[in-house]
Design a protein around this ligand. Structure first.
Ligand SMILES: [Zn+2]
Length: 452
């Protein structure tokens, strides 16, 4: 009853007062999700033409890029024409930040941000407020697929330290109250913070829990280890990727519901989400053009490609053919739910986490599941796998007291079955250095691989 009131009266009034078009966009997405793929493509091309003209006329980087490639804005009319433009790498965003900003977009309306650095070095970026509203609208629609309705209470486990100014501002606090959000900072999940948060979930009884994979797994483990009574949520929506099967099972057991996968990044927003068919990710093509690229070519459905997006709603700092740093598998399947939004069959992982086997195959995160499974059974305090070169990999181990040379042989054997015939060195060490940003890195690849 109260949820209904918040949904139909509270939130619309609040959005009207702060001139927030999120719910207008949500209505548009709610309608267009059922459009045919051809109709969705027409939306994309209409938005793309606007973006290209804007970038050509007001963004110094694109003005130069068009000139260098002997192009005019009228040369990019449809999705097929996009390949005429080069790919925008993360390094380019870092190096060319100033000239990627639009000269005609109001600086006051620009929202500055920084990535968390899980895909290598962090980058600074800038978005338009409108882009954030589209992203929130897409996220709400994805949550609706998982049983949430706007106005329901929700719990959020997120990297709030990056968003602290927004969350702690008066506006942020009011926003949280109106939208009935309870949250915990994923980067400061101390025992006492977890205890407080679990208590909050118990009292507030949110309908869904939303968060990044590792932090939700961390929360579930805490609840399980403490023997706290299980919850009965409608759904747990997990952003990003890379959980081991055992962790997903634990989350589902602890929260008494199914895990739904969602895909987003900080600089562009909500990319894709699962529907109730759990048949892969529906791509929000109303807001993005997606490409899956390997060595300059679009891969066939079912093959792994580097995800390249053109963000159709960010006019502050246009991201055109931006290589996100993730690998995915496109699909040409039509989903049984009837939505026309295209599917991505799988999200494979970060390009930075990928190793290369002796025969040149990409070894992606899920393939390390078996390694993780075996390592958990051995007396190992910590480990790190470093692929130094395409033909040499080092496994550093901080052994426990019961660790023996037989365990070293086991590790070498598993690594060889994963990586193929290459040099595998297992080194027993006292400590493992942290990365420059202070994080523990389990897997490190020391040479570049070109995906897109
Ligand atoms: Zn579907």
């Amino acid at each position: 009853m109260y949820s209904k009131f918040v949904r139909n009266v509270g939130i619309p009034l609040y959005c009207f007062a702060v001139r927030n078009p999120t719910f207008k966009y949500l209505r548009e997405l709610t309608k267009s999700q059922w459009f045919s793929s051809g109709e969705i493509q027409r939306i994309q091309e209409r938005k793309l033409r606007r973006l290209i003209i804007h970038a050509y006329e007001s963004v110094p980087y694109y003005r130069r890029t068009f000139r260098e490639n002997k192009l005019k804005s009228c040369d990019i009319k449809n999705l097929q024409d996009l390949v005429k433009l080069p790919i925008l790498s993360r390094n380019k965003v870092r190096d060319e930040f100033d000239v990627l900003l639009s000269g005609s977009y109001s600086r006051k309306k620009m929202r500055y941000g920084c990535t968390g650095g899980s895909t290598g070095e962090p980058i600074n970026f800038c978005t338009s407020t409108d882009n954030r509203h589209w992203s929130t609208a897409a996220r709400y629609l994805a949550w609706q697929w998982a049983g949430f309705e706007v106005g329901d209470k929700f719990a959020q486990v997120f990297g709030l330290h990056l968003d602290r100014p927004t969350f702690q501002s008066v506006k942020g606090k009011i926003d949280g109250k109106v939208k009935r959000r309870i949250s915990i900072d994923a980067y400061h999940m101390s025992q006492s913070a977890l205890q407080k948060f679990v208590k909050k979930i118990k009292t507030a009884k949110p309908k869904i829990l939303y968060g990044t994979a590792a932090s939700v797994a961390n929360l579930a483990k805490y609840i399980h280890d403490k023997g706290i009574a299980r919850f009965h949520l409608k759904s747990v929506i997990i952003d990003s990727m890379n959980l081991f099967e055992g962790e997903v099972k634990l989350i589902e057991k602890v929260f008494g519901c199914r895990v739904w996968w969602n895909y987003h990044n900080r600089e562009n927003g909500t990319f894709a989400s699962e529907c109730s068919e759990h048949n892969g990710y529906h791509l929000f093509s109303q807001n993005f053009v997606f490409e899956f690229i390997k060595k300059g070519e679009e891969v066939a459905p079912g093959e792994i490609g580097s995800i390249v997006v053109t963000d159709l709603t960010n006019f502050a700092m246009p991201f055109i053919r931006y290589e996100v740093g993730d690998l995915g598998v496109p699909s040409d399947d039509v989903c049984a739910c009837g939505r026309g939004m295209p599917l991505m069959r799988k999200l494979i992982g970060r390009t930075a986490d990928v190793f290369v086997s002796a025969t040149g195959e990409f070894i992606t995160a899920p393939l390390f599941g078996h390694f993780q499974h075996v390592v958990q059974k051995l007396d190992i305090r910590q480990y790190q796998i470093v692929q130094e070169t395409p033909t040499r990999t080092i496994v550093r181990i901080i052994p426990g007291q019961r660790y023996s040379s037989k365990d070293t042989q086991t590790i070498r054997k598993i690594m060889r079955s994963l990586m193929g015939n290459m040099q595998i060195d297992v080194k027993l060490v006292d400590s493992i250095a942290l990365s420059s940003s202070g994080k523990r890195q389990v897997k490190v690849r020391k040479f570049p691989i070109t995906f897109a």
